[in-house]
Design a protein around this ligand. Sequence first.
Ligand SMILES: Cc1cc2nc3c(=O)[nH]c(=O)nc-3n(C[C@H](O)[C@H](O)[C@H](O)COP(=O)(O)OP(=O)(O)OC[C@H]3O[C@@H](n4cnc5c(N)ncnc54)[C@H](O)[C@@H]3O)c2cc1C
Length: 415
Amino acid sequence: MRNRYSLFSLVRNGLSHNEKWGRAWHSPEPKREYDVVIVGAGGHGLATAYYLAKIHGIRNIAVVEKGWLGGGNTARNTTIVRSNYLWDESAQLYEKAMQLWEGLSRDLNYNVMFSQRGVMNLAHTLQEVRDTQRRINANLYNGVDGEWLSREQIRQQVPLINLDSRYPVLGASFQRRGGVARHDAVAWGFARAADQLGVDIIQNCPVTHIRKKDGAIEGVDTGKGFIRAKKVAVVAAGHSSVIADMAGIRLPLESHPLQALVSEPVKPAINTVIMSNAVHAYISQSDKGDLVIGAGIDQYTGYGQRGSFQSIEHTLQAIVEMFPSLSRVRMNRQWGGIVDICPDACPIISKTAIKGLYFNCGWGTGGFKATPGSGWVFAHTIANDEPHPLNAPFSIDRFYTGHLIDEHGAAAVAH
Ligand SMILES: Cc1cc2nc3c(=O)[nH]c(=O)nc-3n(C[C@H](O)[C@H](O)[C@H](O)COP(=O)(O)OP(=O)(O)OC[C@H]3O[C@@H](n4cnc5c(N)ncnc54)[C@H](O)[C@@H]3O)c2cc1C
């Protein structure tokens, strides 16, 4: 492998003043034709390319990105990783992703800074206690780790929390294998590994139209001309329905802004991820010390990558209620991304009625955690023109058959 990262290469490049590191990936011009064109170089698109090349041996692939790779929601999320979803279908899909996360840095030869510091979901009412305990039991049946924490156990883990605020805390679920990863590194790691397997990553190249003929895909029109493709796989998050429209397809998706913010760096204060569905707020601390805080979606639809003030204000009110000692911490930055939300809060990973056209979307507020698993099952679906058993329940057909997988209880704000 070109430029393999290791202690040896670190020392060798250090001796040459770090001037001889090769580029992590190329920036090629598009070829006229590919076996597979992937639209969107976010984490999911890049992971799809990587697994297509690595597992299925398909290497004539282009990933076409309208901006820069990893600049969409991959760069904007709060990096929470967990697999404790309620229903069997989702628990198994996210657990596959979790297992891939656990070996990802080694597999990609790139440190994605996956830190299994645990994810805590607070329960504020008796009904939430019952729902949360039910979810833990369902998780255990699916081989997903989970446990119930009493108020005393929460206090020990998070001494800063005020359990008796306007939002009294009665207990929490805790997934110890959950945690966070470095979002940029995930995109860069998949990009580098895919590039080394021969994948072309083409940035600053928007897809403007999808060409089809006799019910089959022909290729995509882009800012750099027409690219012919046997298969086109769309992984464009908040812009999925825009691209579906180019192919004459309507997807059951709504695009909403979702916001997050970070504080100035402070000394280590919070050593896990704490989330509250009821008050729509969650917090963790990055390795460099910023408090990373996330809100719920703005209720209106739109494509502006910013959110409304009241949503952030509400979140900070809730955070300060639960963590009064943070009231004087200054916030550094706030931003928004556009999330693609399905009616059942579950993704669509599917073939379409157009031969050779595939969609992977609808991850809404919580797709970062699925990145490796999503790419893994989508690659299988594209290579075999059939879904893997793990993603078969997430096909578009469920909106015709009514087999919805309602994960609002486990997804909602809880990414
Ligand atoms: C504020 C916020 C916080 C979040 N927090 C979490 C969290 O803590 N945990 C979690 O699991 N998930 C979280 N999410 C959700 C998560 O970020 C997404 O589900 C996930 O990153 C989607 O990855 P992706 O690769 O599909 O999308 P993206 O990274 O958005 O990639 C899609 C790419 O498609 C490109 N594209 C769009 N249109 C075109 C076109 N016409 N031509 C070419 N390219 C195009 C875009 O430029 C973009 O780069 C959060 C999201 C936001 C916004």
